[in-house]
Design a protein around this ligand. Structure first.
Ligand code: SME
Length: 159
């Protein structure tokens, strides 16, 4: 795997289509989960310039901050709290077009305006969530949901 991402295409969907096979190759021979999550967060941020991209790992009854790219963030999130804790509790992806309208949203940064959180499920349990935040309102849609779901499925069995 080259050290650089080769991205082609203009639309976000085209970028996902060129990015995901490269992420697959990037993590294929690396067994370390933290290293792989770190590179996935970096690849997403580098490709789309999202405001914040990162993983929270389920540890006991909390989510604990894992590898991320962006500003410092909340370290621990209780089950059912905020967008991340709700996606964990419900084991479903949440697309939030305006975080200020989401009851209980945890504002790590006032600059974050919309968000998508994708749970990572292995053996029927949520093990982690991938959280992507944007500084634009309504920045995520079904395209992001589809490709970010495909992306976490590449790594879900490592959790
Ligand atoms: N906004 C998230 C908290 C995590 S940070 O944005 C990085 C939430 O409400 O779950």
């Amino acid at each position: 795997m080259a050290d650089e991402l080769i991205l082609s295409g203009e639309s976000r969907e085209e970028k996902y289509q060129t990015l995901i096979p490269q992420i697959k190759a990037l993590i294929a021979d690396e067994p370390d989960l933290v290293a792989n999550c770190a590179n996935i967060a970096a690849a997403l941020r580098q490709t789309f310039n999202f405001f914040w991209v990162g993983f929270y790992f389920v540890k006991g009854d909390e989510l604990v901050l894992g590898p991320f790219q962006g500003e410092i963030a909340c370290t621990r999130i209780a089950k059912g709290r905020g967008v991340c804790g709700t996606a964990w509790q419900n084991a479903e992806t949440l697309v939030v077009s305006n975080v200020n309208d989401f009851p209980g949203h945890i504002a790590c940064s006032a600059a974050s305006l919309s968000e998508i959180v994708v749970p990572i499920i292995n053996k029927g349990q949520v093990r982690s969530v991938l959280d992507v935040d944007s500084d634009k309102l309504d920045d995520f849609n079904a395209i992001d949901q589809k490709y970010l779901t495909d992306l976490v499925e590449i790594i879900a069995d490592r959790f």
